[in-house]
Design a protein around this ligand. Structure first.
Ligand code: ATR
Length: 282
């Protein structure tokens, strides 16, 4: 006898903007797995109760988005090592009534970037921004073997605190935004990653000169709306290599799909185009 369809969802507040139903829906279709994936708006006041309700209803798990990523960590019965280091969870997996918190953002970031680096691990990286997204990027860079990281933020005290908290196998130096702009004019860096919300649609774009950057520099913006941010356009004009941020969103979903539905899936051009069209990016 075939079992009931497997059930998963993305939970956030608000949730209408989430692309996760499109991504998981694409893979449910391509694998032929009998499953459902929905978007649920959970209010912060009732988040824990609402999650437990899904466990009781037999869900396999959920993806978690803003503003619940820290609350998700707090309610879990077990926490994997990556989620613990990042201090947030984007994936809750339900097994035998227990909730396991994972974080696949660091994985998604590196999977998106690594093919463009052709196996090279940058000796040094400049990370712009010290918010939630920076946490996953700092963990991923260290796990990949980057040992020298400069972390720049508008509020430099926040960069200092994050550097102190997350420095593990790398040395992380905290800088102000202005000092980072001066660094980009002075020194050719192998990798620059923007994790800040600057450059997002409706926000102040990053327009610094980057005078010392060359074809040796890889620039990755994890902002994906717009796909071509001012930072990436400027970097390309200087001859730098660039990677946009949409792939991180797509790749972070792969381990979650496998956990919820048991299927191994890949990020292909068809999926990327579907999400780009749905978001009005092309
Ligand atoms: P996320 O979880 O997406 O990283 P966040 O935690 O709110 O979001 O962090 C946003 C990041 O973008 C922060 O590093 C923030 O800098 P501050 O810590 O100084 O607030 C950065 N940011 C947002 N708007 C910015 C702007 N106009 N100029 C520079 N940095 C900005």
């Amino acid at each position: 006898m075939r079992g009931a369809p497997l059930k998963a969802a993305v939970v956030g507040h608000p949730i209408a903007h989430s692309q996760s139903p499109t991504i998981h829906g694409h893979w449910l279709e391509s694998t032929g797995i009998a499953g459902t994936y929905e978007a649920l708006d959970f209010h912060p006041d009732s988040f824990a109760v609402d999650i437990r309700g899904l466990v009781e209803r037999g869900f396999q798990g959920v993806n978690v988005t803003v503003p619940h990523k820290e609350a998700a960590l707090a309610l879990a019965d077990t926490i994997d090592a990556t989620a613990r280091r990042i201090g947030a969870s984007n994936t809750l997996v339900f097994t035998d009534g227990k909730i396991e918190a994972r974080n696949t953002d660091a994985y998604g970031f590196w999977e998106n970037l690594a093919p463009s680096l052709s196996g090279r691990v940058p000796s040094r990286a400049l990370v712009l921004g010290a918010g939630g997204a920076a946490r996953a990027v700092l963990v991923a860079l260290q796990d990949a073997g980057v040992t020298d990281i400069v972390l720049a933020n508008r509020t430099v005290s926040r960069a200092r605190a994050l550097a102190d908290e997350l420095a593990d196998t790398a040395q992380i130096e905290a800088l102000s935004w202005d000092d980072a702009e001066a660094l980009m004019d002075r020194e050719t860096l192998p990798l620059i990653v923007n994790t800040s919300s600057r450059g997002m649609k409706g926000e102040n774009p990053i327009t610094c000169a980057m005078a010392a950057q060359t074809a040796q520099t890889m620039v990755n913006d994890i902002v994906y709306n717009p796909l071509q941010t001012a930072l990436l356009t400027n970097a390309r004009a200087r001859g730098c290599q660039t990677v946009d941020g949409l792939g991180m969103l797509l790749h972070q979903a792969r381990p979650a799909f496998q956990a919820f539905f048991g299927g191994r899936v890949s990020v292909d051009a068809g999926l990327r185009h579907k999400v780009e069209r749905r978001m009005g990016l092309v």
